[in-house]
Unconditional design. Structure first.
Length: 509
């Protein structure tokens, strides 16, 4: 139920170079700067020419060159207008008057559900209008372009819903698309039956149809925030929620629950698509909670994405968490000492990493995870993602060893146990409170088994409290220097995390 807006050219990232010491800089022209930019970024000159016009490359009389990179911006529109717009994501600036390439959204995980598909519906609609006079054989072939490019399986699937991919010499285009230097070699022509979206306000439905088959159904007032999907092709229904059509009735299944809704004539011709016999699972995603699942409103469920400021405003606590969790996930794979410890861990505690839970959970084998959360909507979202991973890997029997619990009411009994591994994120609101720092350090020292590890995030002052509890600090690194955050800054150069925020790797005993 939220409005989303796209502002063409709504973001301009500028880079300034001092060329005054370069002999002959007075004779440099825009194309010379393009060649320099292509070499510096490691991308073909053709791509730089495509995205950077002469007005984006300017040299002033003092020899200072300004390079501007324009992007289109997605905003959440709080009141349906740009007066109270909140930055959501961005992509390479489209040529909207003449659709001539396919983009990938940067920060796509920040998109509200359905935004990516809606954007491609717009792109495909404009493309059709602009190529209406041309027969299919003469329609403009599109390519995926971007600086840099981010080919992914998800992007390929999204593109393929609206356009048909073609390899340069026939064969399977997918491997070529996934090879970053060659992604642009795949050409895309319009699919004859792109997805169509219909709204049934009487039943609060959004129904996606492709050809004559219902592909996906979203219920606007559903507190799970999950769609129902046609599982005929994949044989897997995420979180056991499937959609089909039987004898003119839309059939939605959520585990044992079955809902039937009449197919609307406004959807066009809809063929029956009886739901295939799907696997039966011993437990559903709600079983990951150590008790009743949290109470989440539909608005909270559908809005549980991480938003980042486009300017130099400090990033909030929850959106900062993936920088640390993703870094640790990558680091453990590269550090034999950490990998060995993690492989041996039997009991792990995760506290206040609500926005990055799945990155903290290793599914190499079963182990006991106690997870304390404070943000119900993110806990629900990650429980659903975790269930899907376990189900697809056929390891749902491991789910009984994972418990998500609200921190309020369960914090003390959780810390009365001992663990081989702890992930601890200190709330920003506790920074600057010496007694809180001491309490957290003391609690961690009591909950860690001798020789065990804790990954902790907190302020500089936390180091004194940790050492006072005879916890050995193996690593202390500013979050602003982590490669995961640096990568984020390639998209949003002004991005800034909380000053003095540190990641600690701590060993007990």
């Amino acid at each position: 139920g939220q409005w989303v807006g796209i502002k063409p050219g709504g973001m301009i990232n500028s880079t300034t170079l001092d060329l005054s010491q370069k002999p002959g800089w007075e004779r440099l022209r825009p194309d010379d700067l393009r060649r320099m930019a292509a070499q510096a970024m490691g991308v073909p000159l053709e791509e730089v020419r495509f995205f950077y016009g002469d007005d984006d490359l300017v040299i002033d009389p003092r020899g200072r060159a300004t390079i501007r990179h324009k992007k289109d911006v997605f905003f959440v529109l709080e009141d349906g207008t740009f007066e109270r717009a909140r930055f959501m994501a961005c992509m390479g600036a489209m040529h909207w008057a003449r659709i001539d390439f396919l983009p990938v959204v940067e920060l796509f995980q920040s998109l509200l559900p359905g935004t990516g598909s809606a954007a491609f519906e717009l792109i495909r609609g404009l493309y059709d209008d602009q190529n209406e006079a041309h027969p299919h054989s003469q329609k403009l072939a599109l390519r995926y372009r971007g600086i840099p490019t981010y080919p992914s399986e998800a992007a390929f699937r999204l593109f393929s819903g609206f356009f048909v991919p073609h390899a340069p010499s026939g064969g399977d285009p997918f491997p070529i698309f996934m090879d970053t230097p060659r992604s642009h070699e795949v050409t895309w022509l319009p699919a004859p039956d792109p997805p169509r979206r219909y709204f049934d306000r009487a039943h609060n439905l959004c129904v996606t149809v492709k050809g004559e088959i219902v592909q996906k159904v979203t219920v606007a007032d559903d507190p799970t925030g999950l769609p129902y999907a046609n599982a005929a092709r994949s044989g897997f229904a995420p979180c056991e929620r499937s959609a089909g059509v039987e004898r003119g009735m839309l059939v939605l299944k959520d585990r044992e629950q079955r809902t039937e809704i009449p197919v609307s004539p406004s959807w066009g011709v809809i063929r029956d698509s009886p739901q295939e016999t799907l696997p039966s699972y011993p437990v559903g995603w709600r079983a990951l909670f150590g008790g009743p699942p949290p109470q989440v409103t539909p608005a909270q469920a559908f809005s549980s994405v991480l938003l980042y400021p486009e300017d130099d405003a400090e990033i909030e606590e929850a959106p900062t968490q993936p920088f640390v969790a993703d870094y640790l996930q990558d680091t453990v794979e590269q550090r034999p000492d950490l990998a060995t410890h993690l492989a041996r861990a039997e009991q792990a505690l995760i506290h206040n990493f609500d926005a990055a839970l799945t990155a903290c959970i290793s599914l190499d084998r079963p182990r006991d995870y106690t997870i304390l959360y404070s943000r119900p909507e993110f806990a629900q979202k990650h429980a659903q993602a975790l269930w899907n991973q376990l189900a697809q890997a056929r390891h749902l029997d491991w789910a009984k060893r994972i418990r998500l619990l609200p921190a309020e009411g369960y914090r003390k009994p959780a810390y009365d146990q001992q663990y081989d591994l702890i992930y601890e994120w200190m709330p920003f609101s506790h920074f600057g409170q010496a007694t809180r720092l001491e309490e957290i350090a003391r609690t961690i020292a009591g909950a860690l088994r001798s020789g065990s590890l804790a990954f902790m995030v907190g302020p500089q002052a936390l180091s004194q409290s940790l050492q006072a509890q005879r916890l050995r600090i193996l690593q202390m690194e500013p979050v602003e220097t982590l490669p995961t955050f640096r990568m984020h800054q390639t998209i949003l150069p002004q991005a800034r995390v909380k000053p003095g925020l540190l990641l600690y790797v701590v060993r007990s005993g």
